[in-house]
Design a protein around this ligand. Structure first.
Ligand SMILES: [Zn+2]
Length: 483
């Protein structure tokens, strides 16, 4: 029943139009509980809806935010509500229910802009537009009064009071926002003066550290922090990024006497980066995997008999099922089914020898799969997988790691995509073990999303799998013909 009421409220939110604001030359003013709040990026008005940077939602409203780069999804959540928004999409998923938005979430100069009224109301705020002053008033619904912890003999955690202190006198700059732009950059917005130290890297695990001396967090900056009952931040803040090929998360904290803010980027593998500064923003871009001394490329094909060796790797197996599909089937089953079809087709090619990492429901360690291909001195390596995420993500993508695999990835992807007939999620670079530890051109195929009902139907369809296998083989033959 609660669900029904919830749904009706959602419908109500969506049909209530934001009052017309004409063509106001200036951005609307924002107030939270009567206090003026100035986001570091001006709100914009799109089709009578006000969009604000997502950092405002986190900082101003104390909500958690997560980005999933692969799917350009941003999730905003507090203790009761979970809102999933997607860049350029006009639908949102609120606590599992799909809801239409009147204005799409958009990326503006690297910032994620989200509809304020919709998100505010979902997070339990009253949102009021005052035409005369071109202002938006956000008010938190009254929470029941907190019990005084001193009444029951408990001492407040000393860490939990740190954020309540005003900005220390020696801080000449304050950090107002830390955001991920959804693709490759961490955006730090600030007031005052900040002269960052040169960023440095650490190994084991790979990290990038950026120190901002004589800097504190703005008192209202709480994004990513645990909040004490008094509403102040405690411990270190965290911006979690899922599904990014390089970045796992950003952690940040501050120290006092002397004041400093430190950011640590936890990486999946070493990455090069650049740091730029201007207009109240410091931007740290991850620019990719550094060039390393790769073993030189073995010659393609066996020169004596003109036969190419191809390794087909069906992902997962046995106790490792891979992802679970929408109707509870396993990824390993799809991977093996398609791999065996590719094997059967390649066996008919007289100048190709096909080798399988597995031909049944068995398991092989990732590094052993790479070693298998390396020991064989294979000419190419193709790993077959299916993707999983939420219920709406769809499409085919092809991954490569080293630059010498890009040509193979482009050609295979072109033909494979025709075979799947699914949306094109393009060729991407990532550090999956099997395509990183192999020494020959290597690609990893993510055929589609088995967690999406439409993709799933195609991926487990026998005729569709035949088309996918034909696509992979056509790609392999085109690649070898160019050699
Ligand atoms: Zn997989």
């Amino acid at each position: 029943m609660k669900k029904l009421v919830h749904l009706m409220l959602l419908v109500l939110f969506v049909v209530v139009l934001w009052p017309s604001q004409g063509h106001a030359a200036t951005a609307p003013k924002l107030f939270l509980d009567g206090k003026s709040i100035v986001p570091d990026v001006d709100p914009i008005i799109v089709k009578d809806y006000t969009l604000v940077p997502v950092s405002f939602i986190a900082t101003g409203l104390g909500s958690g935010i997560e980005y999933i780069a692969q799917t350009k999804t941003v999730t905003i959540h507090n203790s009761t509500t979970n809102i999933e928004l997607k860049i350029d999409s006009q639908t949102a998923v609120v606590d599992g229910q799909t809801v239409n938005l009147d204005a799409a979430v958009q990326l503006l100069k690297g910032r994620t802009m989200v509809p304020l009224r919709f998100v505010g109301e979902q997070l339990g705020l009253n949102v009021e537009w005052v035409q005369e002053t071109q202002s938006i008033y956000l008010t938190k619904k009254q929470a029941p009064p907190e019990e005084d912890p001193s009444q029951n003999g408990e001492q407040p955690d000393p860490l939990e009071t740190v954020g309540a202190r005003p900005v220390p006198a020696d801080a000449v700059g304050v950090v107002k926002g830390i955001e991920f732009d959804g693709t490759s950059a961490i955006i730090i917005s600030y007031d005052g003066e900040i002269s960052p130290n040169e960023a440095f890297t650490l190994q084991g695990p790979d990290r990038i550290v950026l120190d901002l001396p004589a800097v504190a967090f703005a008192p209202e900056f709480t994004s990513g922090f645990k909040l004490a009952s008094s509403g102040v931040r405690s411990g270190e803040g965290r911006l979690v990024v899922e599904g990014h090929p390089l970045l796992n998360q950003v952690r940040y904290n501050s120290t006092e006497a002397p004041s400093a803010v430190r950011l640590v980027l936890d990486l999946t593998q070493a990455s090069t980066y650049t740091v730029n500064q201007g207009n109240g923003v410091i931007r740290l871009d991850l620019t990719g995997i550094p060039e390393t001394d790769q073993p030189s490329q073995p010659p393609v094909g066996d020169k004596t008999n003109g036969v190419f060796r191809v390794v087909i790797d069906a992902g997962h197996g046995a106790h490792d099922p891979g992802a679970k599909s929408a109707s509870n089937r396993t990824e390993k089953e799809f991977n093996l089914g398609l791999a065996l079809k590719v094997q059967a087709l390649l066996k008919k090619e007289k100048n190709i020898e096909v080798y399988m990492t597995r031909e049944d429901d068995t398991f092989m360690e990732l590094s052993d799969r790479a070693k298998f291909a390396n020991d064989l001195k294979a000419d190419i390596f193709i790993s077959i997988h299916a993707n999983s995420f939420g219920t709406t993500a769809r499409g085919t993508e092809t991954y490569y790691n080293r630059d010498d695999s890009k040509g193979l990835a482009d050609i295979i992807h072109k033909h494979f995509l025709k075979g799947t007939g699914l949306p094109d999620r393009k060729v991407k670079k990532a550090g999956f073990v099997v395509i990183k530890q192999t020494t020959m051109p290597a690609v990893l195929l993510e055929a589609g999303f088995i967690t999406n009902k439409e993709d799933e139907k195609i991926l487990y369809d026998d005729a569709a799998q035949n088309r996918m296998a034909e696509g992979i083989v056509a790609g392999i033959k085109e690649y070898f013909n160019q050699k």
